[in-house]
Design a protein around this ligand. Structure first.
Ligand code: FAD
Ligand code: SIN
Length: 539
């Protein structure tokens, strides 16, 4: 059993930013970070386009960024949160620059600002087409320099510990559910460890792996959301899954698809259908730079109408030197599969990309469970509403990591943190009695495939009631079978991720069933209108 003051789960932008700030402020206190993979393996690492932030004070303004965010969010953003995030952005990005992050500059020395869908101005600060890697690299370096931060890799958090583990009945109606720490599977020893903390901070990222193809890496299995749901915390707006319009189409590919950043369209790339028509003009006056929900739906419609598995992204007319300078990673990836972007169009199709909903938090990142915070893609702050504006995610993670840091520091400085859990409680060790290694791994891999199939076929870009009802029935069955297996199995990342993904799938479908309207990313042909009642779906 370990005890720490500050426990952080996840080594993406949300986890590392907070950990670094806490460790710097309290050099005599330990910050423990757990991650289930190598530290760098995060959604953050794969971010391409950049960070939306107002810097061009001549043409841009906070008001414009706020308005663009609200328009994309389709009536469901929390306006106060939008204002907080947009206005805090410049200071947060400056902190990262001060830590050594390099963003591309003009010859004048000003930062280059890219454009993406739904943005009325150029405001995307970036590092070529590997912005996320530059941010991850910077933060990992910073954290490595802190002697009071320990990162444990390959340590899979299974569940958060609450009164439930002390034998009390905990339901959604229980007031003051409290988090005492986590149970985590140390993948090196195969032991389930008990780690207790005064504050626990979830930064577990997204859940793209619940779909057949996704821009997200294998770690994106919605673990944080599933854990909080099991612990009876509040989850909201899970139906708003953002499909990125332009993932590289590679025949037969399952799992992580390579992204072709929206910034390519920002620099002039044009979407074309099988006939070569630049079709976006038929769907929206903003054409290829309309918000993502509109572009993804348009592509989906073109693919279904023409019976194709992809559309084309045409970059042949673009200045090739500039293309290679801004998008070297995309250029190389295309080249590696025989696509010369100066002569060939790039085959692209939508893929699951971002979870706009998640663990419900207040404006300081506090969840509905005491001493438990959630930041980054696993959280739902109200910034994104029904559809996230491009490049607002890294921004949100930085701003909320900072706000959590302020909130927890205030508690520390004023002696408001709860007493250490072990002082008053007798928290039991994990009980693995009666479990054994599953004999057939196929029971797990096949169920995962089924889940991804159901989600992609029935709960994709366009939904309807029959599909959703079918999906929930099949997910219920998968859940029953997997719970059985879970109870009798020695724990492994495979079974834990399957279980979490089934929970996440269930929450997405339930949210979509309860939302009897088409808004933002939830497009249901049985309700092709917006309801007058604007509400968050909280589960
Ligand atoms: P992540 O960076 O995903 O980190 C999650 C961490 O939690 C990982 O370390 C993981 O191992 C750990 N973890 C998860 N579950 C457990 C568990 N059970 N136990 C222990 N550890 C666990 N956003 C933008 O704003 N701009 C962009 O240009 C952009 N481009 C993108 C391109 C791609 C291809 C993708 C996939 C996303 C992009 N996004 C972009 C979205 C953005 O990158 C993510 O939303 C953001 O990085 C999420 O950061 P995070 O810290 O919340 O989670
Ligand atoms: C992209 O670069 O197109 C992704 C940006 C984002 O998800 O915000």
């Amino acid at each position: 059993m370990q005890q720490v003051d500050f426990l952080v789960i996840g080594t993406g932008i949300a986890g590392l930013t907070y950990a670094y700030k806490m460790a710097s402020r309290y050099p005599d206190k330990k910050v423990l970070i757990l991650t289930k993979a190598d530290a760098e393996e995060t959604n953050t690492k794969y971010a391409q386009g950049g960070v939306a932030v107002v810097r061009d004070w001549q043409n841009d303004s906070f008001e414009k960024h706020i308005e663009d965010t609200l328009i994309a969010g389709d009536g469901l953003c929390n306006e106060k949160v939008v204002e907080i995030v947009v206005k805090d952005g410049p200071e947060r990005i400056q902190e990262l620059i001060d830590l050594g992050a390099n963003f591309d500059k003009e010859e004048s020395g000003d930062y280059k600002l890219g454009k993406e869908g739904g943005h009325s101005e150029s405001r995307i600060i970036h590092h070529k087409d590997i912005t996320g890697w530059e941010m991850e690299r910077t933060l990992l370096n910073a954290v490595a320099g802190m002697s009071n931060i320990e990162i444990i890799n390959h340590c899979f958090v299974v569940d958060i510990i609450t009164q439930h583990h002390l034998g009390y009945l905990v339901t959604k109606a229980t007031p003051d559910i409290e988090c005492y720490g986590v149970y985590a599977l140390n993948q090196k020893t195969n032991d389930i460890e008990t780690i207790l903390a005064k504050t626990t901070y979830l930064a577990t990222g997204g859940n793209g792996q619940v779909y057949r193809t996704t821009t997200n890496p294998a770690i994106a299995t919605g673990d944080g959301v599933a854990m909080v749901y099991r612990a009876k915390g509040r989850i909201e707006n899970m139906e708003f899954i953002q499909f990125h319009p332009t993932a590289l189409y590679e025949p037969g590919l399952r799992g992580q698809a390579f992204l072709i950043t929206e910034a390519v369209r920002g620099d002039g790339g044009i979407l074309r259908n099988k006939k070569g028509e630049a079709f976006m003009a038929r769907y929206d006056e903003r054409k290829d730079l309309a918000p993502r929900d509109i572009v993804a739906r348009a592509i989906d419609n073109e693919m279904k109408t023409e019976g194709t598995e992809h559309v084309w992204l045409d970059c042949r007319h673009m200045d090739q030197e500039k293309f290679i300078e801004h998008f070297p990673n995309i250029y190389e990836k295309c080249k590696s599969i025989g696509i010369d972007v100066s002569k060939d169009m790039i085959p692209v199709a939508p893929a699951a990309h971002y979870s706009c909903g998640g663990i419900k938090v207040d404006e300081w990142g506090q969840t509905s469970i005491k001493n438990l915070y959630a930041v980054g893609e696993c959280s739902s702050t109200g910034l994104h509403g029904a559809n996230r504006l491009a490049s607002n995610s890294l921004l949100e993670a930085m701003v909320f990591a900072h706000r959590c840091f302020l909130h927890v520091s205030h508690k520390v400085d004023n002696n408001l943190l709860s007493e250490h859990p072990t002082r008053k409680l007798n928290i039991p060790a994990w009980n693995a009695m009666g479990t054994s290694t599953p004999k057939e791994l196929i029971l797990i891999t096949q169920s995962l495939k089924e889940l991804q199939q159901v989600m992609s076929d029935y709960v994709g870009i366009v939904r309807n009631n029959i599909r959703l009802e079918r999906a929930i029935k099949r997910i219920d069955l998968l859940w029953e079978e997997t719970e059985q297996l879970y109870k009798t199995s020695t724990l492994s990342p495979n079974i834990l991720e399957l279980r979490n993904l089934i929970t996440v799938g269930y929450l997405i479908v339930k949210g979509a069933i309860f939302r009897k309207e088409s808004r933002g990313l939830n497009y249901n042909t049985d309700y092709p209108y917006k309801s007058k009642l604007i509400q968050n779906i909280v589960l």
